[in-house]
Design a protein around this ligand. Sequence first.
Ligand code: NAD
Length: 346
Amino acid sequence: MLLSFGLWFFGSILLGTNLFGVQQKTALVCGGGGFIGYHLVNKYKEEGYWVRGVDLKEPEFGPIYADEFLIADLRDPVAAKKAVFLEKGSFDEVCQLAANMGGMGFLAYHDAEIMHDSALINLNVLEECRKTGVKKVFYSSSACIYPLRNQLDPENPKCSEDSAYPADPDTEYGWEKLFSERLYLSYMRDYGMDVRIMRFHNVFGPQETWEGGREKAPAALCRKIAEAKEGDEIQIWGKGDQTRSFLFIDECLEGIRRLMLAPVRPPILNLGSEEKISINDLALLIAKIAGKQVYLKNVPGPEGVRGRNSDNAKIQEVLHWQPTASLESGLRKLYPWVLQQVEGKR
Ligand code: NAD
């Protein structure tokens, strides 16, 4: 009995089939050592895919679940070729999430590096996908592509997909994302590739960067509050009335998978929450979750646009779904994780 199970198990691995003899689907996650990529690798594994992750680094906060994990610099075309190459056939799905990125504290001061690195990664990966006949390619764009003029009022930002042009993103990071959106769309038109693009709006959750300069507002504020003593002051960049919405990682993954599995090729979609909050209120909400009283001190610092929120009309229309989890429910999962990291460093 045990022997026949063993033969069946190892036989299916050798044949590239799952345990029921069905050909196993394959996925490549570029940026698989990063926050969203790490979770996406796990999601694909749960769904039964054979998965390769590729990144400059291994995941920082958890074990590797990918069947294969390559350390590679995708700015190098030879490395990109190896990353996309499969011995037999081509990947069913490639998700391109690798980027040189971070929160406002990073984006505001690294224009050349961001444009150079991320453009090269996208050029190399997409070209290899074309050459090897990848079936479906996902590209992670960003809400940062939206024009500055529509994000001047914290209470009334406009970020519907059709408002992207005439283009005027406030950061070079946004311009690179816009360039790469157009690159993927060009490959779709000229080579008939199946390309799917989403504009993420501030994704957060456990395993995101929480220190070191690349962290974003939710994790940075969780860290500041976790490190604060009762009654301490914590610093908030800008006036703190700037607004954003934040999407919990589980719903980000669900949105990606729904888009990838959609039977028709949908247009570019926002993937975000519509629950807008000011940065001051975000800090106070985290303090409430932490059960600590802290005082906010608004200091000069890079704060980005005045207001930004997801507009989910299109995703609802196309995928008949939109994120619904509350911000508080997500923060109740992020805060204890960041607290654990902070305490682990003490
Ligand atoms: P992340 O920084 O955690 O992950 C990106 C990964 O890309 C990192 O692990 C990094 O090492 C890797 N990388 C960078 N340069 C590379 C190179 N030359 N070769 C190979 N790998 C390289 O970021 P994330 O939050 O997981 O974001 C994933 C994607 O989603 C990015 O493209 C990002 O721009 C996009 N996005 C994220 C958010 C968000 O709120 N997290 C919002 C909008 C868009």
